[in-house]
Design a protein around this ligand. Sequence first.
Ligand SMILES: [Zn+2]
Length: 461
Amino acid sequence: MIRKTKASSHRNKFWITGAVLVTQNSQRDVLLADIVVDEHGVIIDLPKPRKSSPPRGFKKISAKGLHVLPGFVQTHVHLCQTLFRNTADDLELLDWLRKKIWVYEARHNKFTLRTSALLGIQELLRSGTTCILDMGTVRYTEEIFKAAVETGIRANIGKCLMDHPQNNPPELCESTEAALKEAHALFTKWNGTHGDRIRASYAPRFAISCTETLLQSVAKSARERGAIIHTHASENRTECDLVMRMSGGRSNIEYLSATGICCERAVIAHGVWLSPEEMRILSEKKASITHCPSSNLKLASGVAPVPELLEGGVNVALGADGAPCNNTLDMFHEMRLAATLHKPRRGPTTLPAPEILDLATRNGAKALHWFDQIGSIEIGKKADFVALDLNDIATLPTHPTSLKAVASAIVYAGTASNVAWTMVDGQMCYRRSLSDQSTSARLLKDLQKARNAILRPVSPL
Ligand SMILES: [Zn+2]
């Protein structure tokens, strides 16, 4: 069930009771406490559980038996690609882009893009993700902003920038001026709107798809406006070789650093092929890396040096990437893979479950410079929550208030089916119920119609 959001002034004050709170605060407290939220969607108290009814004016939400966490934050997704799920398997990155994804992205119209975004957001909300950084696409990205507003998810969205005349298909290539003009207009119109639930970013696709002039302009504009820069880098070895050739022998991160892109507001997806020097630059510049383990495995890209990045002080968050390279948007898959993938090389104590929960919540919020509002359950922060029912034969924690036991249940055994509800900005956005089916039935009809408009046979661009 996806609900349309109401104006903040009409929201209820409410009192969540009966839950175990996995706060993700600086002490990582797991508490038996209630949550009191005001009419602005802000947490105003975390009192001891109240046996009686809440005070007048507060709506009671019973969360008895549930574990309530800060909602998951995914710092790299492509909502425009949800329609292409299951259509681009068994390819490596550049073939995957050239033979399938860019062809399909070029075919989007407003209806297909809106449908793709709504489908993706429904999947994200029902698997516990409450906040995303989305890369948009070249045309009609405004439809993604509208879908985010309508569904209630917290989102930072950027129009995908592709201006390199030789390295992009003509159908997706814009002039530097046109690309930047639309990105500026979207930023001006959307950034900080809807109670600051919607933000805008600059999203140069990757070094190969952009001219140096565009990268430098993006770095300057983002610095002046305090905007996030969202890009991909060092996902694939052929990509790294191409960047080296076009940048006069520099490595990807050195090049992005020279253009000003690699900075403390940069969120860089992948970072699979990084030299020690590049990891040092990422740390020095305070850039964030989004680890996308499913995508990296499926596109045969490699395994990112996440333990080394974390040891070097780099902020690492998680993302599902797009539906056709994963093929789900479910954060539980990313958490389990991130927790298991690095153990064969670095040993069994690498990235234990509580640390993975940090990547999925606190680190994502930090990457997006949204940690003052989300990423943990604390007084003064926004009511962005996922409530999990772990009382299932497949997940029951050995102790309901031990962080280690609860994190183990969530990261290693949890699935989207444990999600009871998700709330963003004090609004219930998804609740597991029979009405899921009617929303899905409506969207499924549009899915078929939108797919028919896009998934014709492909001749590579
Ligand atoms: Zn991506």
